[in-house]
Ligand binder design. Structure first.
Ligand code: HEC
Ligand code: HEC
Ligand code: HEC
Ligand code: HEC
Ligand code: HEC
Length: 222
């Protein structure tokens, strides 16, 4: 509509004014209209750019580069869950012994590795750091893959007893040649389940605290 009115405004003076003044009138009109368009473009442009930046930022802070989710960590020994769990068939609890009784799942000591590796692959150079650790009686320094900030309280045994599977939180560990973190472990990730735990777990008749309590700040921030 604005454009139509602008056009008819141009055509009326055009027919009435003497020939020689016409170009400047037309020029003025063109100039006015284009600045108008220009300012509109720049306002929409600014809004668009801000929206785009917010989107890019949002995508960026959730990307593996920033969250380090799904990024394989360097380890002192290239330990493969794929080999030991899917291949050999060792149960998670053989190595992560405290996962059912305590808040902490536990990382196996060198002794656990040596139960087998004093015989299997006993001369493998790949396993030298394990043998050195055993000989010198000092722990292997595994790089943490999942690590919540200290102000968050988390307990494995509660989750495991409620029937939340390791894979629900950790992904397909038994398929990982090197371990990566499947989920961000951001607050929103915890809350997504705490709001509707029945969607994620087989409760089999056990009752679960109402979502109101599970989303209470003080259960995770004590
Ligand atoms: C033979 C011993 C062994 C078995 C069996 C085993 N793990 Fe592990 N696991 C380890 C070792 C060693 C590490 C530390 C190195 C690493 O992160 O890969 C580890 C690391 C992990 C981590 C990451 C720990 C962190 O730093 O956050 C998770 C999660 C995990 N294991 C889950 C599982 C699950 C689930 C199973 C069963 C499907 C399993 N593990 C079976 C030895 C084992
Ligand atoms: C129950 C026996 C057993 C235990 C416990 C065990 N391993 Fe193994 N591991 C094996 C066997 C068997 C192989 C050979 C796998 C193959 O050739 O497919 C192997 C292979 C390996 C290899 C060679 C690379 C690979 O994954 O094939 C590494 C490294 C290794 N183990 C590290 C460890 C570490 C570290 C631990 C302790 C956290 C450990 N293993 C505990 C049985 C075990
Ligand atoms: C409800 C989600 C959830 C479930 C289910 C779960 N974990 Fe974890 N796991 C976590 C979180 C979160 C951490 C990081 C804890 C921290 O930093 O304090 C973690 C850490 C670990 C670690 C590193 C050592 C530690 O205890 O911090 C291992 C190993 C591990 N989990 C193994 C397992 C195994 C094996 C199972 C299944 C028997 C399992 N987890 C089930 C969420 C889960
Ligand atoms: C897949 C679902 C799931 C995820 C993901 C999950 N939880 Fe839970 N959480 C549960 C269930 C189910 C319970 C047990 C509720 C009950 O006992 O009634 C629970 C209980 C808890 C409790 C104990 C509450 C109490 O009564 O003392 C804490 C603390 C907790 N979760 C922390 C966390 C944190 C922190 C995270 C994220 C790092 C997390 N949870 C992720 C399902 C989940
Ligand atoms: C189910 C567990 C859980 C509950 C319930 C929970 N939080 Fe968190 N919160 C977390 C985790 C996990 C983190 C760490 C996230 C990270 O690594 O950045 C966190 C981080 C935070 C942070 C640090 C800033 C941030 O976002 O990383 C603040 C502030 C916070 N929570 C406030 C609250 C408040 C307020 C409530 C109640 C409305 C609440 N939380 C309820 C798990 C929880």
């Amino acid at each position: 509509m604005d454009d139509l009115r602008a056009r008819s405004a141009v055509s009326r003076p055009e027919s009435n004014v003497p020939r020689q003044t016409r170009p400047s009138v037309v020029m003025a009109q063109i100039f006015n209209r284009s600045t108008n368009t220009l300012s509109r473009v720049s306002i929409f442009g600014a809004v668009f750019i801000i929206a785009a930046l917010i989107t890019v930022w949002g995508v960026m802070i959730r990307s593996p580069y920033f969250t380090e989710a799904r990024v394989v960590r360097e380890q002192p020994v290239p330990f493969s869950h794929k080999h030991h769990v899917s291949g050999i068939g060792i149960d998670c609890r053989y190595c992560h012994t405290s996962v059912e009784e305590s808040s902490f799942a536990g990382i196996p000591s060198t002794k656990t590795c040596m139960n087998c590796h004093s015989q299997v692959w006993a001369d493998s150079p790949m396993l030298e750091p394990v043998r050195a650790s055993y000989r010198e009686d000092r722990s292997l320094q595994w790089t943490r893959v999942n690590d919540l900030p200290d102000f968050v309280y988390f307990d494995h045994s509660i989750h495991v007893h409620r029937g939340v599977q390791c894979t629900t939180c950790h992904g397909p560990v038994e398929q990982m040649p090197m371990t990566w973190r499947e989920n961000t472990l951001f607050m929103e990730w915890c809350l997504q389940c705490h709001r509707h735990p029945e969607r994620y777990i087989q409760t089999a008749g056990k009752s679960i605290d109402s979502p109101r309590k599970l989303t209470n700040c003080s259960i995770c921030h004590r």
